[in-house]
Design a protein around this ligand. Structure first.
Ligand SMILES: [Zn+2]
Length: 498
């Protein structure tokens, strides 16, 4: 057979054999390859026709023909290579096309699914609206607010603004919207809105969201949050903390106070742990409530329209977050001894430039504010004891019903207002405030003295209670007869006589 291969032919011969021609491939090898490809014996004579039409032998043993032959082979090789490249490209394009087709198919499915989800959500919304039950009330929690909060703005009078800086402030006479306005005022007044470029509308929304995320417990409610924050605000002025601390520290102190009991369920850590609640399981029995308060606080900050720190850079946010977490976790009374001991070790050589010292002081300050009701005037402080006992009794009743251990100080059979308060004031409050007094002597008159007075008053009340119990014992034993129209004073007289 004779093959005519024209090197300038625009339609090269393609073959399905995958051949790679090396630049160093010998003419003999090529010839052999041609023969194999064409199914011819290896010794077949192959002829080439050059551009002039002359027949050329390609016998490689003839030196004068070698150059031409090499040229032709190079061109053939190039044509083969181009052909293979086109094939490769074709395969690649086909594969990519198949992939794109698959994606279009999948995306199409997704669109169908999204449409279905949309219609499901719509149906669910309509169902909820038609039922009009309390489910909707729960739903308002943590939902973003895009509008300006509509709580009735309370305009603070000059007297209120002045009183707000004092621990004697009457925390009972304010509605929630008034307390919100007071908290808002504190952030402005301390220069926090100005110094940290806080959006004033975001501040309002955040505070409203904070209010919505405190439950209506007898004690651990939004008013308690307000009290703790107002006491912190008072202490900042009383102790001139703005001269000692950075504004970041002031922001941390205030924000931790506002957030410190968020979503408190009304049952303490002991209950959470003994009842193996979801919170105790989630936080491995380690300060479950305080961890939860903190987590809720930062869930609120994660909503852009409630994030008062949105203008902070990553580093500043990290600092605020760490500081706030440390302070909220410090409010677990199980850590009281540990934190106070650590502070006692530092207080005699206190160094405001030492970060560890400052952090420890901030922890003690939020602890002081958290349990500061007895610092307030008796008329303001006493109703809180009733609130606390109500919450305690609610817990102990539940513990009894569930067969869980009951703490004596929560048991309605064992505790009275004076017994509940005396130990707490003598062994927790006074020692802690007296330690802080070493650093800030000005708190003695305003904070420590009221605590001592409260202690004395409850001790007197306890003496009366004890005396009345004694009389009851005498009466029950038939030794003494009860007086008609008996009053507390009468009982004392009787006891004195006995
Ligand atoms: Zn608290």
């Amino acid at each position: 057979k004779q093959f005519l291969i024209c090197p300038t032919c625009p339609n090269p011969i393609y073959h399905d054999i995958n051949v790679v021609f090396s630049r160093f491939c010998s003419p003999c090898d090529i010839k052999e390859l041609f023969c194999t490809a064409a199914g011819l014996p290896r010794n077949t004579t192959i002829s080439l026709v050059d551009s002039t039409g002359a027949m050329v032998s390609i016998d490689p043993t003839m030196p004068n023909k070698e150059e031409l032959f090499q040229n032709v082979l190079t061109q053939v090789a190039e044509q083969f290579s181009r052909a293979f490249k086109i094939n490769e490209l074709k395969t690649e394009v086909t594969n990519r096309l198949a992939m794109l087709e698959k994606r279009v198919e999948l995306e199409g499915l997704k669109v169908v699914e999204i449409e279905k989800c949309r219609s499901d959500i719509k149906k669910l919304r309509e169902e909820m609206a038609s039922r009009n039950n309390s489910f909707l009330d729960d739903n308002k929690k943590l939902t973003p607010r895009r509008d300006v909060p509509s709580y009735p703005k309370y305009h603070l009078s000059k007297e209120t603004i002045d009183a707000l800086r004092q621990p004697v402030f009457d925390v009972w006479q304010w509605e929630p919207n008034e307390m919100l306005s007071c908290l808002e005022h504190m952030y402005h007044d301390l220069g926090l809105v100005r110094d940290f470029n806080i959006n004033p509308i975001t501040l309002k929304r955040w505070l409203l969201c904070i209010h919505d995320n405190y439950r209506n417990n007898p004690f651990h409610n939004f008013r308690h949050c307000f009290c703790v924050t107002q006491m912190m605000y008072s202490m900042i002025y009383l102790c001139n903390l703005q001269e000692k601390f950075s504004q970041v520290d002031i922001l941390i102190l205030m924000t931790a106070a506002v957030c410190h009991d968020l979503d408190h369920p009304g049952y303490n850590n002991t209950y959470q742990i003994n009842a193996r609640t979801e919170l105790a399981v989630r936080y491995n029995d380690i300060s479950p409530l305080e961890n939860h308060h903190c987590a809720v606080a930062f869930q609120i900050f994660s909503q852009a329209d409630c994030n008062i720190f949105s203008n902070f850079d990553a580093e500043a946010f990290k600092q605020i977050r760490q500081g706030t977490i440390t302070l909220i976790l410090a409010t677990d009374m199980a850590r009281h001894g540990e934190i106070l001991d650590s502070f006692k070790q530092k207080v005699d050589n206190f160094d405001f430039t030492n970060e560890e010292h400052v952090t420890c002081l901030k922890m003690v300050l939020i602890k002081c504010c958290d349990i500061s009701n007895e610092v307030r005037p008796m008329e303001v402080a006493e109703p809180w004891v009733d609130c606390l006992l109500e919450e305690y009794f609610m817990q102990s009743d539940r513990e009894k019903a569930e067969g869980l251990p009951v703490a004596p100080f929560m048991d309605r059979e064992k505790v009275t207002k004076p017994t509940a308060q005396i130990g707490f004031i003598k062994f927790v409050l006074i020692p802690m405030f007296e330690t802080v007094m070493k650093l800030f002597p000005q708190i003695e008159d305003v904070m420590v003295q009221p605590l001592r007075e409260s202690r004395d008053r409850y001790e007197e009340l306890k003496q009366i209670d004890d005396a009345m119990n004694e009389v009851r014992i005498w009466i029950e034993a038939g030794i003494c007869t009860p007086l008609k129209n008996k009053t507390k004073e009468d009982s004392i007289v009787v006891t004195d006589m006995i």
